[in-house]
Write a protein that binds this ligand. Structure first.
Ligand SMILES: Cc1cc2nc3c(=O)[nH]c(=O)nc-3n(C[C@H](O)[C@H](O)[C@H](O)COP(=O)(O)O)c2cc1C
Length: 377
C-alpha cells in the first residue's frame, strides 16, 4: 500500500469511499439496476431544472479574507430554538428501500451519529413510528404530502406529532407528478411496486378508506391520494391551526409565495425545485434564494436544497442568507453504496469540506457567513 492510499483511508475512515459526488454517482450507477438508478438520478423533462441547480453554484465565487484567526471554527446553527452542530439536514427522500433493505432506518441512524436533523418523507418505506422507535432522541421532522382526502394528511401530521417529530414540512410542488422521461423509458414506478407504503399501512384514516388489505388496494389508495391539484393557501392555514409544532413549506421559488406563506402562519421556508424532478425549465434553487431571503426579511428561517453536493455549496448558500441546507441525492447514493456507513461517510465528507472552506475563507462562524464577500459572474 502506498503512502497516498494510507492517507486517503485516514481521511475517510477504514474503507475507501468515492470522495466526491461525481465519483459516487458513477460507482452507484454500476451497482444499481437502471430503474432505481434512473429514478434517483434523473430530473423531469430535458433536465434543465436539474442542471440549473448545479450551475447556479458555479456563478458565485468566494472572495476570502485572511489573518482572522480561524483556529476555533463554530459551524453550529440555530433553528426553532435548538442548536445543531452543523448547518446540514437530511432532505425528505421517499422509498429508501429501493436501494437498501434497511432504508430510512439506516439513514436515520447515520443522521443521529452526525447530529444532523432528519426529515422523513410521507412516502417512506418504513413508517414514521418505526423511525421514531429507532432514534427516539434524535431530531426528526416529518414531510407531509397533502392528500386528496385531507383527513389522511391531518391524521399523518397528528401521528408525527405524537411520535415526537419536531416540525412538519409541507411539500407544495408535487400537486401532480412531474414529466419524468427516464422513468417512462425504464417503465419504472416505485409507487406501483408498493415501496411507499410505510406510513399508509398503519394509518387508520387511510386504511378505513380501502376495500381490502391487498397490495393492489394500497397502491390504488396511495395513487388516489398522493397527487392533490386542489391544494391552496386555505389548506395551509387549516393545517397550521391544527399543529402544535412548527410548520415549514418546501418548494417555494417565488418571493411572493414566501410572503404569502408567512401571512398564512408558516414558521419556515425551504427553497427548493424538488431536485429538478417536478417542473422542468425552473430557476435553480440557489438563484431563487436571494430574492426570497429579502422578502422574508429574517421573520422565519429559510432553508435551501438542490444541488448541494460539496461543502463549498453549503458555504455559498449560507453566505446568500440560507439558515441551513438539506442534502438529497448524495445521501441516497451513500445508502446505495454502503448502507448506514455510506450515508455517514457522504455527510461527514460534506461537513468536513464545509468546515475547511469556512476556515480558508477567513470565516469563524456559520452564523457570520452572510457577511462574507461573494461575487456573481
Ligand atoms: C429519489 C428522490 C426522492 C425524493 N422524494 C421526495 C419526497 O418524498 N418528498 C419531498 O418533499 N421531496 C422529495 N425529494 C426531493 C428532495 O427532498 C430534495 O428537494 C432534492 O433531492 C434536492 O435536490 P438534490 O438531491 O439534487 O440536492 C426526492 C428527491 C429524490 C432524489
Amino acid at each position: 500500500m502506498t503512502k497516498e492510499d494510507l492517507l486517503l483511508k485516514n481521511i475517510q475512515g477504514n474503507k475507501p469511499f468515492p470522495i466526491c459526488f461525481e465519483d459516487l454517482e458513477k460507482a452507484v450507477a454500476e451497482r444499481l439496476p437502471a430503474g432505481p438508478y434512473g429514478y434517483i438520478r434523473s430530473g423531469a423533462g430535458g433536465e434543465q431544472s436539474l442542471r440549473n441547480n448545479r450551475s447556479a453554484f458555479a456563478k458565485y465565487s468566494i472572495v476570502p479574507r485572511f489573518l482572522t484567526d480561524v483556529s476555533e471554527p463554530d459551524t453550529s446553527i440555530e433553528l426553532f430554538g435548538k442548536t445543531y452542530p452543523t448547518p446540514f439536514l437530511f432532505a425528505p427522500v421517499g422509498m429508501n428501500q429501493m436501494v437498501h433493505e434497511l432504508g430510512e432506518l439506516a439513514v436515520v441512524r447515520a443522521a443521529q451519529r452526525l447530529g444532523m436533523p432528519y426529515i422523513q418523507s410521507t412516502v417512506s418505506s418504513y413508517s414514521l413510528e418505526e423511525v421514531a422507535e429507532t432514534v427516539p432522541d434524535h431530531t426528526k421532522w416529518f414531510q407531509l404530502y397533502w392528500s386528496t382526502n385531507e383527513e389522511i394528511a391531518y391524521s399523518m401530521a397528528a401521528r408525527a406529532e405524537s411520535a415526537g417529530f419536531e416540525a412538519i414540512v409541507l411539500t407544495v410542488d408535487t400537486v401532480m407528478l412531474g414529466w419524468r422521461e427516464e422513468d417512462v423509458r425504464n417503465q419504472f414506478s416505485p409507487l406501483k411496486l408498493g415501496l411507499a407504503r410505510g406510513n399508509y399501512m398503519n394509518d387508520p384514516v387511510f386504511t378505513a378508506s380501502l376495500k381490502d388489505d391487498s397490495l393492489e388496494s394500497y397502491v390504488e389508495g396511495i395513487l388516489a391520494n398522493i397527487f392533490h391539484p386542489t391544494l391552496n393557501w386555505e389548506n395551509v392555514r387549516e393545517l397550521k391551526r391544527r399543529l402544535h409544532v412548527p410548520l415549514l413549506i418546501k418548494g417555494i421559488l417565488h418571493p411572493e409565495d414566501a410572503r404569502l406563506a408567512i401571512e398564512a402562519g408558516v414558521d419556515g421556508i425551504i427553497v427548493s425545485n424538488h431536485g429538478g424532478r417536478q417542473l422542468d425549465g425552473v430557476i435553480g434553487s440557489l438563484d431563487a434564494l436571494p430574492a426570497i431571503v429579502k422578502a422574508v426579511d429574517s421573520r422565519v428561517p429559510v432553508l435551501l436544497d438542490g444541488g448541494v453536493y460539496r461543502g463549498i455549496d453549503a458555504l455559498k448558500a449560507l453566505a446568500l442568507g440560507a439558515n441551513a441546507v438539506c442534502i438529497g441525492r448524495p445521501f441516497v447514493y451513500g445508502l446505495a453504496y454502503d448502507g448506514e456507513d455510506g450515508v455517514y461517510q457522504v455527510m461527514q465528507n460534506l461537513y468536513s469540506e464545509f468546515k475547511v472552506s469556512m476556515g480558508l475563507s477567513g470565516q469563524r462562524t456559520a452564523a457570520g457567513l452572510p457577511a462574507m464577500t461573494l461575487i456573481r459572474e
